[in-house]
Design a protein around this ligand. Structure first.
Ligand code: PEP
Length: 250
């Protein structure tokens, strides 16, 4: 049984004051069991999140990190420091990082190793452009991204990790992939993992869908066999909307 995940991704939004206000609004209202609620926040907000998560059923995620633990890397965030601070997850390979910060599959693979070595778990993002989908290349592209991201990761580590399928044409556009389209690709990803590892590992890894997930469509997406949760941008910013998503089973 895979525990469902609702993971917010605030992107470069919210300052520490706004973070505090958000946390006060969700205090005592997250599900105690059955769903893992995660918030991915900018580095400057993470301290508040990790303090909050000591008493509340919230897991925490950084939105990026570097692949070295320490050194002369001005402006980067150390995975070891994130782990020391109590972070649970790090989102890697988000399409915005690939597009605007030239993050490559090789970087993402190095980051995945660094995150696991530091006892956190990666949320590995993948997804195709509209052009790739329309030209029939989406599956090949997405499974290639996954194959490159997981190189050298053990089956035990991968089984605990999270993958997020986020078609680029559905991120922040209000255009959601249909639940069937999302299920189809998430299933292809699970089959790819089974071929790279084994059926047991593929059965354990949690695969999320991301792309305009909101309270109105979360139930239908979550009803699909292979979809284990949502990575949510816009709709995770407002406390009421995040709570509605996290409590989708109620
Ligand atoms: C995201 O940021 O990963 C995302 C899916 O954004 P949105 O939910 O706003 O489409």
């Amino acid at each position: 049984m895979r525990t469902p995940i609702i993971a917010g991704n605030w992107k470069m939004n919210k300052n520490p004051q706004e973070t505090q206000e958000f946390l006060e609004a969700i205090k005592g209202k997250l599900p105690e069991s059955g769903v893992e609620a995660i918030i991915g926040a900018p580095a400057i907000d993470l301290n508040a999140l990790t303090w909050f998560s000591k008493d509340e059923p919230l897991k925490t995620a950084a939105e990026n990190c570097y692949f070295e633990d320490a050194g002369a890397f001005t402006g980067e965030t150390s995975p070891k420091a994130l782990s020391d601070m109590g972070l649970d997850y790090v989102i890697i390979g988000h399409s915005e990082r690939r597009q605007y910060f030239a993050e490559t599959d090789e970087d993402i693979n190095k980051k995945a190793h660094a995150i696991l070595k530091n006892n956190m778990l990666p949320i590995i993002c993948c997804g195709e452009t509209l052009e790739q989908r329309e030209s029939g290349k989406a599956e090949e592209w997405v499974t290639g991204q996954i194959e490159n991201a997981v190189k050298g990761i053990s089956d035990d580590d991968l089984a605990k990790s999270v993958v997020a399928y986020e078609p680029i044409w559905a991120i922040g556009t209000g255009k959601t992939a249909t639940a069937d389209q999302a299920q189809e690709m998430v299933h292809v990803i699970r089959e790819k993992i089974a071929s790279l590892y084994d059926a047991d590992t593929a059965d354990k890894v949690r695969i999320l869908y991301g792309g305009s997930v909101k309270p109105a469509n979360v139930k239908e997406l979550m009803s699909k066999e292979d979809i284990d949760g949502g990575l949510v941008g816009g709709a995770s910013m407002d406390p009421e909307s995040f709570l509605a998503l996290a409590n989708f089973q109620k």
